[in-house]
Design a protein around this ligand. Structure first.
Ligand SMILES: [Zn+2]
Length: 261
C-alpha cells in the first residue's frame, strides 16, 4: 500500500451502520453524488475554472473554434502535440498558446503580437511600482485586468517578456505566464486540400508556422517568415519520417495515406 496515499473514511454504501477505511480511490465514497460531465468544458465551468488558466504554460489549448469549423481539426492539434513531445522545453510550440482561433479571410494563418499576453500568475511577486513602470514604459494600455481562473489578474499585453525584462531588469519573470492566440484559416485549407489527411497535415503545419512566430516573438521580440517556414519544413519532415508511429496514435490516417513528395 502506498504510504503517501491519504486515508479517508465514509459510511459503507451498502450498510450505513458500518464505516469503511481505505484510500479514497478504493472506497469510491462519493460515487453516488458524482455527476458525469459531458465535456471537459462543462467540468471546468461547473468547477468555476477558466479554460485559460488550465492552458497556461501547458500543451492544452482552447481549440473549440477550429473544432467547430472542421471535425478533423482536433487531429491537427493532436499531431502538433505529438511533435511537441520531441521538442526541448522552451521550444515547445503550444506551451505559450492559449487559443487557436479561426480566421475567415485572406491568408492560411495569422499571428499578431498585439494579441500576446503575459499573465501575472503570482501577483505577490510583482510590486505595484513595477506595474507602474510597465505602464510608463509601454503605455497605459499595456496593463489590463482579466478574470482568469476566477481571480482578477493583471495582464501585460503586446509586450514580450524579454522586453519587459530589458527595461525593468529587477522584475521577476517567473511570475509571468505567456498566453497567446494564433489564428488558422480552416476554410481556406479545406478548399485547397480535398483529402482529409492532407487537410489535417497542412492545418497542423499552419499551427506550427504561427506558433513559431509566437515563440520567436516571446523569446527574442522579433520573428521572420524564414524562421516560421523553416519550422514548417522541419515539422513536415518529422511527419514523413515518423508516419508509421503517427498512424498508430491518430487512427484516421490509417485509411488515408498521404502522398509525400
Ligand atoms: Zn508567417
Amino acid at each position: 500500500m502506498g504510504g503517501s496515499e491519504s486515508i479517508v473514511t465514509c459510511a459503507d454504501r451498502n450498510n450505513p451502520n458500518f464505516q469503511v477505511w481505505g484510500a479514497m480511490s478504493d472506497l469510491k465514497c462519493n460515487k453516488k453524488k458524482k455527476h458525469k460531465f459531458k465535456s471537459f468544458k462543462e467540468w471546468l465551468s461547473t468547477n468555476k475554472i477558466n479554460l485559460e488558466a488550465i492552458t497556461l504554460g501547458t500543451e492544452e489549448v482552447d481549440e473549440s473554434q477550429i473544432d467547430s469549423a472542421y471535425q478533423n481539426a482536433k487531429h491537427s492539434v493532436q499531431l502538433v502535440k505529438l511533435y511537441d513531445l520531441t521538442l526541448p522545453k522552451g521550444q515547445k510550440l503550444l506551451a505559450n498558446i492559449s487559443t487557436i482561433a479561426t480566421l475567415n479571410q485572406g491568408v492560411y494563418g495569422l499571428y499578431n503580437s498585439k494579441e500576446n499576453k503575459e499573465v501575472i500568475l503570482n501577483q505577490l511577486a510583482i510590486k505595484p511600482e513595477q506595474l507602474n513602470k510597465i505602464k510608463m514604459t509601454f503605455g497605459q494600455d499595456a496593463i489590463g485586468k482579466e478574470n482568469i481562473d476566477g481571480l482578477p489578474r493583471d495582464v501585460v499585453k503586446g509586450v514580450s517578456l524579454n522586453v519587459i525584462k530589458k527595461y525593468i531588469p529587477e522584475i521577476n519573470v517567473s511570475a509571468f505566464s505567456p498566453s497567446s492566440v494564433i489564428h488558422v484559416n480552416v476554410q481556406k485549407h479545406l478548399q485547397t486540400h480535398k483529402d482529409p489527411t492532407s487537410a489535417i497535415i497542412e492545418l497542423a503545419s499552419t499551427i506550427v508556422h504561427e506558433a513559431t512566430h509566437e515563440l520567436d516573438f516571446t523569446n527574442t521580440n522579433t520573428t521572420s517568415e524564414s524562421s516560421a517556414t523553416a519550422a514548417e519544413g522541419k515539422f513536415k519532415n518529422w511527419v514523413k519520417n515518423n508516419w508509421n508511429t503517427i498512424t498508430q496514435k491518430i487512427k484516421i490516417f490509417q485509411s488515408n495515406s498521404p502522398n509525400f513528395s
